[in-house]
Design a protein around this ligand. Structure first.
Ligand code: PMP
Length: 333
């Protein structure tokens, strides 16, 4: 690391691996978070966005002045919007209207053309991902990023996030824990780590309302409940996830995820988004299952700044039957 980065694209990656001190002390394990919120576009999805664009450029599918179209919960769109500006493309984003106002507003500020659509299941042709594919097919010279099923996504993590974690840990780690949206981060890193060391335990974290926990533990895709977290969970197994190694799975509820991000803020000074709550709580559960003395790595996907009007707003939480955690309340862990 160090030296001069050639523009936005070269500034993606090489993020710190942060020891979460309080949780490490509590569990007797080394719990480490890959600080993906420090990417130039503010999330783990900068890596996937860059990998997808680079492969589309290399194949000749994406040409100067072309358009990049994507259906996204926000962060991939933000990464793509930055990269399209930096590399000379138009960017069109389809996003469910349920995603945070901060992310939708930011996409517009970055100059992307944003179409908000009702949040409907993947089985519905009006689903944001399926709609984005149809829009891309109708625009001459447009490329559909297709992050869920385009393996360029996980290749980006296999080629960067995985090797960085391995090097930062100097090959000493016991478990990799992450929630999945597209599955790109989880699968890319899991495949890389398993190639280096077969016994690195790969643990899929999942929120309620997603079918992946039941799929990973019992083989059937069934979901129960719902979650206020954004960008993670799925009702189907994407191409990026389909053959990823999974040794264990952990399901985390919103109360625990919420408590976790507030604990990270108060104890570690880290202001994090909701998926980080699922990841870190699942890392703590993995530490419990493994016992003291293990090193567990997870992802700090994006910053709390993207959720100030939701996860960090007392009234918003109350409207969803959740109480804002208070600093002097008993510690959950
Ligand atoms: N957390 C957040 C906040 C995200 O936006 C995403 C991407 N949808 C993820 C986690 C999951 O990443 P991936 O798509 O690589 O599974």
């Amino acid at each position: 690391m160090g030296g001069i980065s050639e523009g936005f694209s070269e500034a993606v990656g090489q993020t710190p691996l942060i020891r979460l001190r309080a949780l490490s002390e509590l569990t007797g394990c080394d719990i480490l978070g890959k600080a993906e919120f420090m990417n130039p576009g503010g999330s783990v999805k900068d890596r996937a966005a860059l990998g997808i664009l680079q492969e589309a450029e290399a194949s000749g599918e994406l040409r100067p002045g072309g358009t990049v179209v994507e259906g996204t919960a926000g962060n991939t769109g933000i990464g793509l919007a930055h990269l399209c500006n930096a590399r000379g493309y138009r960017c069109l984003i389809v996003i469910p209207e349920t995603q945070s106002a901060e992310k939708i507003g930011l996409l517009r500020s970055l100059g992307a053309e944003v179409r908000t659509v009702p949040a409907v299941p993947y089985s519905d042709p009006a689903n944001y991902v399926r709609l984005s594919g149809r829009i891309a097919a109708e625009i001459p010279g447009a490329v559909w990023a297709n992050q869920f099923d385009n393996l360029a996504n996980r290749r980006a993590h296999f080629g960067s996030t995985g090797p960085e974690i391995w090097e930062q840990c100097e090959g000493t780690l016991d478990a990799w824990v992450a929630a999945t949206g597209t599955g790109g981060t989880y699968a890319g890193v899991a495949l890389f780590l398993k190639e280096r060391r077969k016994d690195v335990r790969c643990v899929l974290a999942d929120p309620h309302g997603s079918a992946l926990y039941s799929w990973a533990t019992g083989g059937d895709l069934s979901a129960e409940g719902r979650s206020i977290t954004e960008g993670i969970g799925n009702s189907r197994v994407t191409a990026n996830l389909v053959d990823a190694p999974i040794d264990d799975a952990v399901r985390i509820d919103d109360r625990e995820a919420l408590r976790t991000i507030y604990e990270l803020l108060w104890r570690e000074g880290l202001f994090m988004g909701g998926s980080v709550g699922i990841n870190v709580a699942a890392a703590v559960e993995t530490a419990r299952r493994l016992g003291p003395g293990h090193r567990i790595v997870t992802v700090l996907c994006d910053s709390g700044d993207r959720y100030r009007s939701s996860l960090y707003d007392r009234d918003w939480l109350q409207g969803r039957g959740l109480r804002q955690p208070e600093p002097d309340a008993p510690v959950l862990f």
